[in-house]
Every structure is written in C-alpha cells, then in structure tokens.
Design a protein around this ligand. Structure first.
Ligand code: AHR
Length: 319
C-alpha cells in the first residue's frame, strides 16, 4: 500500500468512526435528583459511560418528584429515543408510563431501585439486593453488640422508595431473634445529609441527649454523615458512644470511619450504567433478552478495612 492510499484509508476510517458517533443511539435518562453523594456518582458514571460508547444521553433531573419523571419519560417517548434509563424515586405508580414506552417499543432499564409493576413492562433492572444490604448492616450490629441492651435509632430513606422499604426489612430480619436489640425510633431523612442531621437532632433530644441510644442505622451514608455532625454537636462521640452503620460506601463515610466516627458501611456500586448498556447492546444486536434482574455486589467495610485507603481510592470518582 502506498503512503497516499494509506492516508486515504485512514481518512475514510476516521469519517466512518465520526459517522458512527454521530449516529450513536439516543438514551433518555430519568434520574431522581441529587439527594446523595452516591447519586451524584451514579450520574457522573452514566454520563461517562454514555460518552465512551458514543451515545447521545438526554439527561433529566426529576428533583425527587415522580411526576417530573413521568413527564420526562413521555418526552423521551415523543422524541423516539432508542432506550430509557429510569432510576425510579418510588416503587408504585409506573404502570401507565411503562405501558406507553412498551407500546412505543422503547426498552426501559431500571437503575438501582425497583418498581412494583409487572416485569414484562421493562427490559431489565440493574441493582443490588436491597434486603440483603439491610441484613448485612443488621448482622454487623448483632455481631458487635453481643448481649448488651442496644436501643437503635433508624434513619429511613425516601418514603415509598424500594431501598427504604427493603433496607428496613433486611435490617429487621437480622435483629429479630436478638431481644437485646430494639429499634426505638425510626423516621425518614429522605436520603439527604441535611435531613439526616435534623432528624438525628430530634432523636438525640428525645433519647436523653443521646445517652439512651446505642446505635444508629442509616439507610444511606449521607444521612449518617449528617447524623454524625448532630451527635458531635450534642457532645457525644459518634462511632464510640453511638455506633454507626449505614449503606453506600461514599468517600465521606470512609473518611468518618478513618477518624473513628463511623463503624461500618455496605457498599453499593454507582456503576449501574455499565451493566445496563451491556444489556442494551446485546438486545439491540440480536434481540437477546437479559435476565430481569442484573445484580450488583454488596460488600461490607469496617474500620479494619483501611478506610483511609478506600477514601483515597474513591474521592475523585464523582461522588
Ligand atoms: O437507590 C439507591 C439509594 O438512593 C442510595 O443508597 C442513596 O444514597 C440514594 O439516594
């Protein structure tokens, strides 16, 4: 091949690649909002994955409102997108809009939360076993409290969301045969740091300035981080006077663990988009139907698991 032919071939390949990028599938992503560090990381990773794969990502932030998500999905359907990613804020109320997407033959992939609609209304769901996460958190407490009386306060996630429902169930499963462990107060903190702090302040006030609380179980790390602040302001030592166990594995909780102010977290990977896009690509290629549930790993980290190193490893990842 002459130099001229080689250059022409390279130029032609470059043009084809550009055309492929420009023709990349359009994906609508209805995200819940930005209530937690974990969610921010999921958004960042989804954007990165979409860019790497040459997709056009239409991103819609629902600001925690289901009606905004439903409107976004209808708009994606009207635009004729090739697929829809949906992180559903709550579990109920999706039947009609999912039926509309199905009617338009647009595959929907659920990210990180479940819905109570029939599973033939969506292509697949990528997420963790949310009940198991709660069980792991509860088992950590069982193993670390021993026979002592332990009054637990619980910060729940968004009311009606599948992680709030399932993480509660899992935790209760783990402690149910241990009469010395009791959830004495339980309220939603809506998965946010600000509400985690506010609700923890009310728990501390109601429980003898916190003297009567042995442990906090928070459905996510951000609420735990807010609660840690409240505990410190009340003059107590989080991680010692009040044990702290939560879920997500965000950098800030590893920092708190490194400082001895939190005890354990169950990691939830924010990379839901990777498996979702793999499933969509196989489906587009030859109609391969994925499993209805693609399960991500859940891993327990404690103060013994090099939290400072885990913080360093995660701090630049978009949390
Ligand atoms: O659905 C996953 C949960 O939603 C995460 O644990 C929490 O941080 C988020 O907001």
């Amino acid at each position: 091949m002459t130099a001229k032919t080689l250059l022409t071939t390279v130029a032609a390949l470059a043009l084809t690649a550009t055309a492929a990028m420009a023709d990349g599938e359009t994906i609508g992503f209805s995200q819940i909002g930005s209530e937690s560090g974990w969610r921010a990381a999921e958004t960042t990773l989804t954007r990165n994955q979409a860019e790497e794969r040459g997709y056009q990502l239409q991103f819609s932030d629902a600001q925690q409102k289901q009606e905004n998500q439903i409107a976004a999905i209808r708009s994606f359907i009207a635009q004729g997108v090739d697929a829809i990613l949906l992180a559903p804020v709550v579990a109920t109320g999706w039947d009609s809009v999912l039926a509309e997407a199905k009617e338009a033959e647009i595959p929907v992939v659920l990210l990180d939360r479940q819905v109570d609609s029939s599973d033939d209304m969506y292509l697949t769901a990528v997420g963790s076993n949310l009940v198991h996460e709660g069980e792991v958190a509860g088992q950590w407490l069982v193993d670390n409290v021993g026979d002592e009386e332990c009054r637990i306060v619980e910060l729940q996630g968004t009311t009606g969301s599948s992680p709030a429902i399932d993480r509660k169930t899992g935790f209760e499963n783990a402690i149910k045969d241990h009469a010395n462990l009791e959830i004495v107060r339980s309220q939603t903190g809506d998965f946010t740091r600000a509400q985690g702090k506010e609700v923890m302040e009310s728990f501390l006030q109601a429980e003898n300035g916190g003297q009567d609380i042995c442990a906090l179980y928070a459905h996510n790390d951000d609420m735990a981080v807010g609660a840690i602040q409240a505990i410190k302001e009340a003059g107590l030592k989080p991680g010692e006077d009040i044990l702290i166990v939560s879920i997500d594995g965000v950098p800030d909780i590893f920092q708190a663990m490194a400082a001895g102010e939190a005890n354990a977290t169950v990691e939830l990977t924010p990379n839901m988009a990777g498996p979702a896009f793999d499933a969509l690509e196989a489906y587009w290629a030859d109609g391969t139907e994925p499993e209805k549930f693609i399960q991500t790993e859940s891993k327990l980290y404690t103060q013994a698991d090099d939290p400072a190193g885990e913080y360093e490893a995660r701090k630049g990842l978009g949390y």
